[in-house]
Design a protein around this ligand. Structure first.
Ligand SMILES: [Zn+2]
Ligand SMILES: [Zn+2]
Length: 329
């Protein structure tokens, strides 16, 4: 076989197009991976919609890839048959201030899977072996794939939120459903804020054990120590600031948000903090995969065929999903 099927973004704002493409040939240090599962992330929507800077089609989206190495280029230390995960961070320069200070997630020259590098909405993809991650043995590919961004960046956001006991999660999708379970495991109390009227999302959150679930437009059940905003809705920033107590922290975990409305300084005052979380480091990935292997995570997955990638994106956009959509090429 010398061809593969891929779902390609040919122009931003346009539906993905199915293409037959030649099998990519791994270069130095690269592995070719047979994609078994690729989870669909909200960031894919931001790429497809052209909401991120410098989206340059044609692009194969997808950055939560679980699969098996099927060929390697010169100097690649992975062997054929190795099971790997491919996350969002695909390449860094290794030389800039950020890279040298353990913050490669902020590297100015970083390249990202499914954005600058063709990703996992395809039967095969290439990856720099240095950025591939091990996957927990106990999870099959479809259930491991959402860990690679929803879980991983969600976990970075959870750590950024600090150790406070009472945690608010705004937007209860793929990331929040994983991070809620980890936070509950740590003994925290969770308030899950969902879209007003989205009873299914609130019920889903309660079924996972959160102490409270309700609409994001209403007040929190108790003052929060910290809040994480996963929804791409800037209006939630002042809402969350009002929900955290003095000294509390609000973490914006998404890569893109609608504009943040003006709000009185008083809502930030009292040493409340507002921070963002960007991308991931390889160390985050290794640490999180180790943690995920020790927890009985309930990972909610909705499978789609590769050819239904556009439908998966549409369902994510419309909020018709519980947990994570996963393509199975
Ligand atoms: Zn760098
Ligand atoms: Zn993502």
């Amino acid at each position: 076989m010398s061809d593969m099927r891929a779902m390609v973004l040919r122009a931003t704002g346009q539906p993905l197009v199915a293409e037959q493409r030649p099998l990519p040939v791994p270069g130095r240090g690269q592995a070719r991976v047979r994609v078994h599962a690729c989870a669909v992330c909200r960031t894919d929507l931001h790429v497809v919609d052209g909401e991120l800077p410098d989206v340059r089609p044609p692009i194969i989206p997808g950055h939560e890839i679980a699969g098996v190495v099927d060929a390697v280029g010169p100097g690649c230390r992975l062997g054929a048959g190795a099971r790997v995960g491919i996350p969002w961070l695909g390449w860094t320069c290794g030389e800039c201030d950020y890279c040298r200070s353990g913050r490669e997630n902020l590297c100015d020259a970083a390249r990202f899977t499914g954005y600058q590098i063709d990703g996992g909405y395809a039967e095969y993809t290439l990856a720099d072996e240095r950025y591939c991650l091990p996957l927990p043995d106990a999870l099959d590919d479809a259930h491991a794939a959402p860990l690679l961004c929803a879980g991983l960046i969600g976990h970075r956001a959870l750590r950024a939120a600090g150790p406070g006991k009472r945690l608010g999660l705004y937007g209860f999708g793929a990331a929040a459903h994983l991070i809620a379970q980890i936070a509950l495991h740590e003994g925290r109390e969770i308030a899950a804020f969902t879209r007003p009227g989205d009873q299914a999302a609130a019920d889903f959150a309660r079924a996972l054990g959160v102490q409270w679930a309700g609409p994001s437009t209403g007040p929190p059940p108790w003052p929060l120590d910290a809040a994480i905003i996963f929804a791409p809705v800037g209006a939630l920033v002042p809402t969350a600031l009002r929900a955290v107590r003095k000294g509390g922290r609000v973490v914006c975990a998404g890569i893109h948000m609608s504009p943040i409305p003006e709000f009185p300084y008083q809502w930030l005052w009292g040493e409340r903090e507002l921070v963002s979380v960007a991308n991931l480091t390889r160390a985050d990935g290794v640490e999180f995969m180790r943690l995920a292997a020790t927890l009985p995570l309930r990972i909610e997955v909705t499978p789609y065929a590769l050819g239904d990638a556009q439908r998966a994106l549409d369902d994510l956009r419309a909020g018709r999903l519980q947990g994570a959509a996963v393509l199975q090429p």
